[in-house]
Design a protein around this ligand. Structure first.
Ligand SMILES: NC(=O)c1ccc[n+]([C@@H]2O[C@H](COP(=O)([O-])OP(=O)(O)OC[C@H]3O[C@@H](n4cnc5c(N)ncnc54)[C@H](OP(=O)(O)O)[C@@H]3O)[C@@H](O)[C@H]2O)c1
Length: 301
């Protein structure tokens, strides 16, 4: 296939682009600087300089492509994560960016749109498994995700094939937040995001990259992209500590994180998310079935 990738230089994009090229696809990718263009070319992609918000220019860039993969985000840094206004950049990218991508894909006659979203949309389900039919929530951090998912549905309503990827919490090489989590673990600080027995569903970015390739052949729909074995926050913190080879002297914030309410709920809520539907619909399987293996490999790197 001939595919166009936005967000190609990010945490997932950095793994998805080489995986797409290796799978034999012809890849064009949005590059915002000459350095990023050179990095993409080194991965075997054709860098394209175009604005994510200019649907006319995007349509010209998308012409002749079979699919568009929209992975662009602009998340707040860890220190700004609980500050409401720090989410404006990613909201613009997810709201206006995804709308422009869909307008352009329709204009250019592209057949498929793959849209990044998150599994943190789901309501807290305690220890119950969550599939794609489970109810979702609207809280401030999800405004952009709901809009991006609506853009993908709009593409489908106009006759295109849309695949929405609800990704779990990223970790691994190139995922900025996770590198900070590992650094904290090496200093004997165990990060427990919410009640210790609540669940966290994550995905190694290399597996998110191969899932992007599989999404090109998936049936239309919404799919959870997480590993096979969501863990309790306590077990997750232990896996991180084992990978960092450092016993946690203190575990934070635990239940106290609940006091931050909506500001941290995407991380404190209990999400035991199932990837069964995507695995059944495609040949995809995560190389790291759980964060135990994934964090070990990440720390080793
Ligand atoms: N599900 C999750 O857990 C999840 C989701 C998203 C992010 N994160 C975490 O948050 C960290 C930082 O996130 P991030 O959002 O900055 O993601 P990122 O994965 O580092 O990069 C996002 C991508 O979007 C592109 N982009 C951003 N703003 C754009 C714009 N205005 N126009 C065109 N392209 C644009 C970036 O291009 P440039 O390279 O040119 O900046 C980059 O390719 C990540 O490393 C990851 O750890 C986690």
């Amino acid at each position: 296939m001939k595919v166009f990738v936005t967000g190609a230089t990010g945490a997932i994009g950095g793994h998805a682009v080489p995986a797409l090229v290796q799978a034999g696809h012809t890849v064009s990718a949005l590059a915002r600087t000459p350095d990023k263009a050179a990095a993409l070319a080194a991965h075997g992609a054709v860098p394209v300089s175009v604005s994510l918000f200019d649907s006319t220019a995007l349509a010209a860039a998308f012409a002749g492509h079979d699919a568009v993969i929209n992975l662009a985000t602009a998340m707040p840094s860890t220190s700004q994560f609980v500050i409401r206004r720090a989410w404006r950049a990613t909201e613009r990218v997810r709201i206006d960016g995804s709308a422009a991508v869909v307008d352009a894909a329709l204009q250019a006659g592209v057949g498929r749109v793959v849209q990044e979203s998150v599994a943190m949309l789901y309501r807290d389900h305690g220890a119950s498994w969550i599939d794609e039919d489970a109810p979702v929530d609207n809280y401030p951090a999800t405004v952009g995700n709901h809009a991006a998912e609506a853009s993908a549905r709009r593409f489908a309503a106009a006759g295109g094939t849309r695949v929405t990827m609800r990704l779990g919490l990223f970790y691994g090489p190139g995922a900025r937040h996770s590198e900070q989590m590992l650094a904290l673990a090496r200093r004997h600080l165990g990060l427990v995001l919410g009640p210790p027995d609540s669940y966290l569903s994550s995905i190694h970015v290399a597996d998110a990259g191969t899932a992007v390739v599989a999404a090109l052949h998936a049936p239309a729909g919404t799919f959870n992209i997480v590993d096979d074995d969501p863990m309790t926050k306590r077990d997750y913190s232990d896996a991180l500590a084992a990978a960092a080879d450092a016993t946690p002297w203190i575990r934070l914030p635990g239940r106290v994180g609940l006091l931050l309410g909506d500001r941290l709920t995407s991380l404190t809520r209990s999400l035991r998310v199932s990837n069964a539907r995507f695995r059944a619909a495609t040949e995809w399987a995560p190389r790291y079935p759980s964060a135990r293996e994934g964090w070990k490999a990440t720390a080793a790197r």
